[in-house]
Design a protein. Sequence first.
Length: 215
Amino acid sequence: MIEPDFLRTTRTAYDAVAGLYAELFANALEDHPLDRAMLIAFADLVRANGGGPVADLGCGPGHVTALLHSFGLDASGVDLSSEMIAIARAAHPELRFEVGSMTALDLTDGSLGGALARYSIIHTPPEQLPQVCAEFHRVLAPGGHLLLAFQAHDDPSELAKSFDHKVALAYRWSPDRVAALLNETGFTETARLRQVAPPDAERDFPQAHLLVTKV
Ligand SMILES: C[S@@+](CC[C@H](N)C(=O)[O-])C[C@H]1O[C@@H](n2cnc3c(N)ncnc32)[C@H](O)[C@@H]1O
């Protein structure tokens, strides 16, 4: 199958910066208490639904996969970039990491208790997002939880707005529109968090977490 251009360019871009990215984002989100709170709630909800495997989709260097593991989840990671996966495997040899794309996951239908996509849908062209949401739905078991984090915007007339991300072409999303798309795909919304950019932030973008459940 011919690989879409956006996957090739995103992979090449992250392969080139994987070492630097891992150095910059090696911590366990100690400086992001609200992100941690959402991940803790996600982990609790997955356990309350009987647990099961949890995939960190677009896991990068695996630091958040390891955090999910430390919360007691059976966590593994998938990333487009083989350089990111090599770093994740070296840093966390006790965990499973595989190269793959969330546009077509090498996972069995209904096999996951939870899925996380933290700042990884941002490189998906808007017209491809329905396919990615359908993949999330396919691989989750009924009652499974999906947590998305992404740069956001507040204009519900547009699904996505592109922005000058340092690594690869990226989009920030309308939380209302993403929630509506997930709803059409077969999820119900459980919670969302909108974080205001701190005054010293490079870009004045809100950050969103969206937690949904497969019906
Ligand atoms: C901004 S980084 C986020 C990494 C990590 N989730 C975190 O929270 O630090 C985006 C990651 O998503 C990966 N990615 C982008 N598109 C992807 C896709 N279609 N399938 C799998 N991984 C993807 C990139 O290779 C990169 O490692």
